[in-house]
Design a protein around this ligand. Sequence first.
Ligand code: BGC
Ligand code: BGC
Length: 866
Amino acid sequence: MYLIQRSKATSLGFGLCLITLLGCDAQAPASSSADLTPQERQIWPQIDSAIARDEHQEAAIVQWLEQMTLEQKVGQMIQAELKQVTPEDVKQYHLGSILNGGGSFPNNDKLATIDDWLATADAFYHASMDTSGGGLAIPVMWGTDAVHGHNNVVGATLFPHNIGLGATHNPQLIRQIGAATAREVAVTGIDWVFAPTVATVRDDRWGRTYEGYSETPALIKQYAEQMTIGLQGSAHSSQLLDETRVVATAKHFIGDGGTLGGIDRGNNLSPEQELFDLHGQGYVSALSAGVQRVMASFNSWQGEKLHGSQYLLTEVLKNRMGFDGFVVGDWNGHAFVPGCSTKSCPQAINAGLDMFMAPDADWKELYHNTIQQVRAGDIPLQRIDDAVSRILRVKLRAGLFDKGAPSTRAVAGREEILGSPEHRAIARQAVRESLVLLKNKNALLPLDPKLNVLVAGDGADHIGKQSGGWTLSWQGTGNANSDFPGATSIFDGIESAVEAAGGSATLSPDARYEQRPDVAIVVFGEDPYAEGQGDVQTLEYQPDGHTDLALLKRLKAAGIPVISVFLSGRPLWVNKELNASDAFVAAWLPGSEGAGVADVLFRQADGQIHYDFVGKLTFSWPNQPHHTTLNDDDKTYQPLFAQDYGLSVKDQDTLTDNLAEVIDGAAESPTDQARSLFVSRALPPWQLLIGDTEYGQVPVNGNTVTIPQVETLTITAINKEVQEDARQVLWSGRSLGEVLLQGQANGHDLTDMLQKNGALSLELRIDSEPTDKVHVRMDCGSQCTGSLEIRETLLQLKPKQWLPFSIDLRCFAQAGADFTHITKPLVLTTRGELSLSFANVKLEPGLADRANYQCGGNTNSGIAAY
Ligand code: BGC
Ligand code: BGC
């Protein structure tokens, strides 16, 4: 049965769709608009796509549909992930598409070569064209997240993330970047990219802030259009979807940047007019430029998941706006629609989803269930025909039936194009133009390149950090400079600029020096993250510890002029860091061409200024850490730096060194609140590590990490409520293995949590019982610890079930932990075999007396309620 969940307009549109069996087709728009109020009717305009209907293509589609079996049709509607699909599957199930997710490569090899990519693309293509098992030959289409260049491929040019491109205010350049990205993708034989993100970011706590160009819809409208044209080619030229271009996807429809609290995959509560005005503008221009695909979003609108919204997907996007390409789902996005799972979701198809993104191994079940649901009448065949028509239409427009095998296309395999000097030059220009100068006391910049320059900060020589998320791995973590052949770190650029002019540059991440430098450039900022793992609770930079600030202050105290180059995926509250700097540059996430930074920081050797700062903010910069939804159209707008701010070196800067460093009253009193240590990822200042007494420790970067050689334990990111929000740890029993959260070496004062009757709490699932003792510890330095043995308590938990689990903090204190300087708030060890999963680790005031583990090893019967 259909699930009908929302609004008058929804059920009505749906009813018509059922009755006429036509209303779901863009060719025959539902006439439900007759029943809308005049105001509702005006919200969503009809968009004329630059790519017009071609009657020959439409006739061919009708003919093919007549020849296709239901199995082949449903196969077209499924996109499986590289790790879970073989060419044989594509042939057998007639799959319409495959994708490689972030950090997914041919043969699971991060260093896969262009030939590997092409061979893989060819194998899938040939399988799709092989009709020996019956069916029609319909080329499979491969989609990838080329969101800042072809970022899953080693050696590709990595452009600044969209937040930086926004700051360039250069639509022409954005178009060139689209074209360069398309060429690099085409080199590897891939047809389709999941870009551009056209989100209007309204709360900068959102972990995907950097994927957006701006907080201002008018700018997004401009840039989304240019990126679409760059990727696909202009619809008014012969370059449209030629062999050097790829099909674009406007994502994530709709309202992803406007969720309450900036929570990824959260709920957007905008009234409908605002949904269009604020969050719909990127679609207006991308659709008119001819974007062929729209990705449904994970978020909800007014409580309803977009993947299940017949009103927004069908009535608004297809019928009223006139979109005739296809709607692809997001990564298992259908599974979150009420009543659905990864394996079954007729609701999404009925709502208007045309292709499931089904990355898990269970896509086959989804396929069989969908066929079954059509047979049972739960999904009208006409809806399937509409979806398949759309998919075929896009494949025709993309020329896939004519382009031949991926390796035979115009630029396929041309190594010199991937990371070419021309593309790197475009990226370097983008870096230069994206830098926003926020402070320049006493006209310190531009620098004379003949100086002796100290280059400090952990971002100075770290290409992974300067590139952010979606870089060779989903989260962008786990990369070394050697993973970026041809790229330059920010230090590399400074070094060559300075050395060419006769100065000197010394790299010293911790800013220690032997010879006193003339100036110091400190490159620091956020570590890479992607999606919900980047959601934060406050915009304060380094709320626990301000370690970079200490470094800045040390230099300042020594009288050395300090230039801060700040890497971040969002504007952050850095008043303290600004005060401690003489000049301050917001550099965003520049990507592989770090040399673009030095281009602007220094004069030429002859004293000329070659490149001035031209970047301007497209995001308002906060004056308080809780100013998370500061946007330029706010009534009470009091940013530190307004939208469009950005100095030139010629401007006289009057910013003081005395910006307010106190957080004003509206801010929470942190002690009454739980302090989170791990939410989807370890939250700064904590770091997640695994270790073995013999081998030592390794940081947990990436979704599966083990202790090399000995494999004492392995940790894997798993899904609990949302993707990769939990970790599963498997102890092999070979030797003593540990998983831990670690903070700064000098520790953190957590006495407030102890005094407030706090407990260490987490969500826990015992996957296989411990065969030996299990210890949980809190450490306070190398010789200071409080250790508890918890095997008995664990054995009393119901296995294979997520349960809240907590330990009274006083027990750690009694066992020896000194809460004035906790270095590791959680260490879990065993010599035996054990498998457990955990999520949401926090210190929670007031929970001590109800904690599962009470001092002396007593276990509270019954599970403590949160
Ligand atoms: C990302 C993928 C990634 C995956 C890891 C997804 O949300 O978009 O590209 O590989 O998570 O589980
Ligand atoms: C993300 C999308 C991405 C997709 C494929 C999802 O998790 O939300 O932006 O395109 O995965 O990797």
